[in-house]
Design a protein around this ligand. Structure first.
Ligand SMILES: [Ca+2]
Ligand SMILES: [Ca+2]
Length: 222
C-alpha cells in the first residue's frame, strides 16, 4: 500500500466513527447592524430574548475564568433584561480584559427536554461576535464533573458536545448585535439538566476580545 492510500484508509477509519458520534447541531446565526440593532433584539428567525424561559430561574456559575468588573455579574445572562445601546457594559456579562475567555455552567435544577439554547450579544466592534462550544449533560455519568476546569475535556467528564458557535465575519471587526439559536430541526436537543459554555475571546490583538453577552435563553420543549 502506498503512503497516500494508507493515509486515506486511516483517515476514513478515524473520521467515520467520529462523524457518527459527534452529530453536532448547526447553529442559526443572525446579525443586526446599524439601525436594525435595537433594544428589542429582533431577528428574522432567531427568537427575541425571553423573560420566562427555562434559564430564568436557573443558576449560572463561572467554572473557569474571571469576570470583568466593568460588566455585570452572571445574573445578567438570565435576568430577561437587555442593553438599550450597543456599548452598555453593565447590562452584559463578559470575561476580564486580557484573558482568553472562560467557562460558564448553567444548572437548570432538574432535567428538562431542551428545544433551543439561544444566546445574544451586542457591541460596536470585536466584542460583538460569539465564539463558544456548548456542552450538555444530565449528570448521570459516573465520571460526571459539574465544573470541568480548563484542561479537562468536557466530553471525558460526562458532557456531550452539542454545538460549536463562531459568528466572526471573515473580513470585518464584526460589530453589531448577534442572535444565535441552537436547535435541532429534527426535534428537541435532548433531556439535560446542565449546560456548559466553553467561551473563547474573539481576538487577541488587544485586551478587548471578550464578547458582551446580553442574555442566554433555554427553551423547553413542551
Ligand atoms: Ca431569558
Ligand atoms: Ca440580560
Amino acid at each position: 500500500m502506498t503512503m497516500s492510500r494508507h493515509f486515506l484508509v486511516a483517515a476514513l477509519f478515524t473520521c467515520v466513527p467520529a462523524c457518527i458520534a459527534r452529530a453536532e447541531v448547526k447553529p442559526v446565526v443572525e446579525h443586526n447592524s446599524g439601525e436594525q440593532a435595537t433594544a428589542e433584539f429582533k431577528f428574522k428567525t432567531v427568537p427575541s430574548p425571553a423573560k420566562d424561559d427555562a434559564a430564568a430561574k436557573a443558576k449560572f456559575t463561572i467554572v473557569e475564568g474571571v469576570k470583568d468588573d466593568n460588566g455585570g455579574d452572571v445574573d445578567k445572562l438570565n435576568d430577561g433584561k437587555l442593553p438599550s445601546e450597543e456599548d452598555q457594559p453593565e447590562q452584559n456579562f463578559f470575561f476580564n480584559a486580557g484573558t482568553e475567555g472562560g467557562r460558564l455552567a448553567l444548572d437548570l435544577g432538574s432535567t428538562i427536554n431542551i428545544k433551543q439554547v439561544n444566546t445574544y450579544s451586542w457591541h460596536p466592534n470585536t466584542r460583538g461576535p460569539q465564539v463558544y462550544k456548548l456542552y450538555a449533560s444530565d449528570g448521570a455519568a459516573k465520571d460526571f464533573s459539574a465544573a470541568p476546569k480548563k484542561g479537562t475535556d468536557p466530553e471525558k467528564a460526562g458532557w456531550k458536545l452539542i454545538a460549536t458557535v463562531d459568528t466572526r465575519p471573515h473580513a470585518a471587526e464584526g460589530g453589531g448585535q448577534y442572535g444565535v439559536s441552537i436547535a435541532d430541526p429534527a426535534g428537541a436537543l435532548g433531556k439535560y439538566r446542565y449546560l456548559l459554555f466553553d467561551i473563547s475571546r474573539t481576538e487577541s490583538d488587544d485586551e478587548f476580545g471578550n464578547t458582551f453577552y446580553s442574555e442566554i435563553d433555554v427553551v423547553e420543549q413542551k
